[in-house]
Design a protein around this ligand. Structure first.
Ligand code: NAP
Length: 301
């Protein structure tokens, strides 16, 4: 396993990794680096068995595994602000939600004797920061890993085992496959939710108060997704722009088709569309991605 682990960025995902490593006793030597003083002081109060570093280069120099858990827009700062030097034969990974641009940044460094293996734990919440983190975040969730051409086979195996020990199911795919699939399963729903809530909550509308009051009709569920971290989602939309534009074009075609059916009062067409989508729901339940139980939303605190 990895003796020395360094985690850069300790918000929702980074702090959840720290907590999971601690809970499962996966390493006695975890060092963390985060640029936010508030994050550091919050984690110091948690009494976790970790070392704190205030110097990026020092934090990584002895690490066998380095995990970047920062926003996608921060990779460029991390790799250009100073000449970052990793230990020979270290494994470098991340948790970023889109891969094309950040992979370019890391591949351009032409790192010698380092296995760069991108990771994306498909786990998270609409909250950010270490206050929102918890050790069980990765349990029974998929984690996609995308090894670079130069990554050593034994390092890929070690990283896969690491994520499995955190509770994840691991799937290997290329960066291109990752960005294509995630544009459909995650980035499209977020784009729609942001726009849907924006359309529904028109500040000039005299019914705005009522719309919020009666939001349980469906709008409420979209507001959860549309409350996701703005910085994170700006970065994802910029990084995976090509795939997202393509899928939004398809979305517009389907929306036009539905508008046409409504306008022409074409009930058969509407039933055909709705039956198709109902089938997808059955497949998702069959794949264990959700349960059949009706969801009327969580109980209020
Ligand atoms: P987060 O809660 O905002 O945490 C990110 C942390 O990184 C913050 O403490 C931030 O400090 C710090 N940071 C920013 N720039 C830094 C730098 N240059 N050096 C050191 N630390 C820096 O974000 P998150 O939700 O954990 O997301 C982190 C990554 O995980 C993102 O790449 C995201 O795409 C990916 N991811 C997120 C989710 C999710 O649901 N949230 C799921 C899967 C993957 P400041 O607050 O001061 O900027």
């Amino acid at each position: 396993m990895f003796n020395n682990i360094t985690i850069i960025g300790c918000g929702l995902i980074g702090s959840s990794i720290i907590r999971a490593i601690d809970k499962k006793k996966l390493s006695n030597n975890v060092t963390i680096y985060d640029k936010s003083k508030d994050v550091i002081s919050f984690l110091k109060k948690k009494n976790l068995p970790i070392h704190f570093s205030d110097n990026l280069n020092h934090s990584v120099k002895d690490a066998d595994l380095i995990i970047l858990a920062v926003p996608l827009g921060a990779y460029i700062d991390i790799f250009s602000s100073e000449k970052i030097k990793f230990k020979k034969n270290a494994v470098l990974t991340d948790v970023g939600s889109a891969k094309k641009e950040i992979n370019k940044i890391i591949e351009d460094l032409n790192l010698k004797d380092i296995s760069w293996i991108a990771s994306h734990p498909i786990a998270g919440t609409e909250d950010s920061g270490p206050q929102a983190g918890f050790a069980e975040l990765f349990e029974d969730r998929w984690c996609i890993i995308s090894p670079s051409a130069k990554a050593k086979k034994e390092d890929i195996k070690k990283l896969k085992l690491f994520w499995e020990q955190l509770g994840s199911k691991v799937k290997t795919m290329t960066i291109e496959e990752h960005d294509h699939i995630l544009s459909i399963t995650s980035h499209l729903p977020h784009a729609i939710a942001y726009n849907l809530v924006r359309t529904a909550i028109n500040n000039k509308d005299e019914f705005k108060k009522d719309v919020i009051q009666y939001s349980a009709g469906g709008l409420r569920d979209f507001t959860r997704i549309a409350a996701s971290d703005p910085i994170m989602w700006r970065d994802i939309f910029l990084d995976n722009s090509e795939n997202i534009i393509k899928i939004l074009d398809n979305f517009s075609i389907n929306l036009e088709e539905m508008k046409k059916a409504i306008k022409e009062k074409n009930g058969d067409k509407l039933i055909k569309i709705f039956l198709e989508t109902k089938e997808v729901r059955k497949e998702i339940i069959k794949a264990g991605q959700d349960t059949k139980k009706a969801d009327f939303g969580r109980k209020k605190d």
